[in-house]
Design a protein around this ligand. Structure first.
Ligand code: HEM
Length: 316
């Protein structure tokens, strides 16, 4: 089957204006019963999306739904597994560690209006509430000009939308799971007081770009561990890319402000190397950003979702 972005979930475009990230663990009482419940959840979720997209086409509603390795092993033990699906393990650097936290299922919803995000999320909840536990729910938003909450435009070096699918979607290297994707989700809390206390020039050296104009600094102007140096994956001399759709979140009165990092990749190994580089080189951004969750999910294609609904995943 040829590579087909229309068979993929919403993994390669639109970070969205209003965003909701939900991670769930399955209560794991009986795999056969839970597999049926998950099939019902997937079938309903797809129907809710179709209905909302017909009713509100201008809303740019986008949803991705995924499974962690722990869920796949529990639900689909007799079936084939996506080649790169594995437990996310903590990534340890000399100063900072990226933690691995519990999650089986992942839902990433975004739309222009918060009302649509709410409606979709609350309808889907009816089909997971009785067999799962919510691990995290984070409401993100588009900040001015698509900037990260630390004030820098976020996503500039993402692949352009016409090319993004090739970086986000699995190809014929894994034919049973073609048009799927690997998502890495990580919630960071920023020390905004310390970040805001830096001079703009020092923030720019830390990110590797100009704050106002978003122009990239020359290499010798950047810190050695600037974020746009430390996060790159140039394995084999090739600049590998993923599709990032980070958004800020905040409870301003509490002073809790952060970035929800979400990256979709054709190859999980690319995102993993980016993390190993960031934590291995003590990325300057990490001095102001504390990772509090860490999860990797397989985001099936629409074909694979149908196979889950019909209990027809390819057998081992
Ligand atoms: C604290 C959370 C994070 C924030 C606020 C953040 C923000 C940014 C910003 C502002 C840029 C520069 C503009 C751009 O090219 O998009 C950037 C670049 C980038 N970030 Fe992050 N990022 C975060 C975490 C991560 C993580 C966890 C990864 C990898 C797993 C990552 C990978 C990248 C990559 C690959 C680039 C492009 C580098 C280049 O080629 O120039 N970021 N990020």
């Amino acid at each position: 089957m040829p590579f087909d972005p229309t068979d993929a979930q919403d993994v390669y475009k639109d970070a969205g204006k209003n965003v909701l990230f939900t991670t769930l663990t399955i209560n794991k009482s009986n795999p056969d019963e839970d597999r049926e419940k998950v099939a019902e959840l997937v079938s309903r979720e797809q129907a809710i999306l179709r209905s909302m997209n017909i009713r509100y086409p201008e809303e740019h509603l986008k949803v991705s739904f995924g499974f962690a390795n722990s869920a796949w092993d529990y639900l689909f033990a007799d079936y084939k597994k996506p080649q790169e699906l594995e437990d996310f393990q903590p990534v340890k650097g000399p100063k900072y560690t990226s933690p691995a936290t519990p999650a089986d299922l992942f839902i990433h919803i975004r739309a222009n209006s918060e009302a649509v995000v709410y409606e979709v999320a609350s309808q889907i909840r009816n089909y997971y509430r009785d067999f799962t536990t919510v691990q995290d729910e984070t409401k993100g938003f588009r900040y001015f000009e698509g900037r990260a909450i630390i004030g820098f435009v976020d996503g500039t070096e993402n692949p352009e939308v016409q090319k993004a699918s090739a970086y986000a979607i699995i190809g014929d290297e894994d034919p049973d799971f073609e048009n799927g994707s690997y998502a890495f989700a990580q919630k960071y809390i920023h020390n905004m007081d310390a970040w805001n206390a830096l001079k703009t020039e020092d923030q720019e050296k830390a990110i590797g770009r100009k704050k106002y104009s978003d122009l990239e600094l020359e290499d010798d102007e950047k810190l050695e561990n600037a974020h746009n140096v430390a996060s790159q994956d140039n394995d084999d001399g090739i600049e590998h890319k993923i599709v990032r759709m980070n958004v800020p979140f905040s409870n301003p009165s509490e002073g809790t402000t952060g970035t929800y990092f979400i990256g979709y990749a054709r190859h999980w190994s690319v995102t993993k190397r980016m993390l190993e580089n960031m934590f291995g080189q003590s990325d300057r951004l990490l001095d102001f950003s504390d990772p509090v969750t860490g999860n990797m999910f397989f985001i099936p294609s629409l074909t694979t979702l149908d196979q889950i609904v019909e209990d027809k995943l390819p057998a081992k």
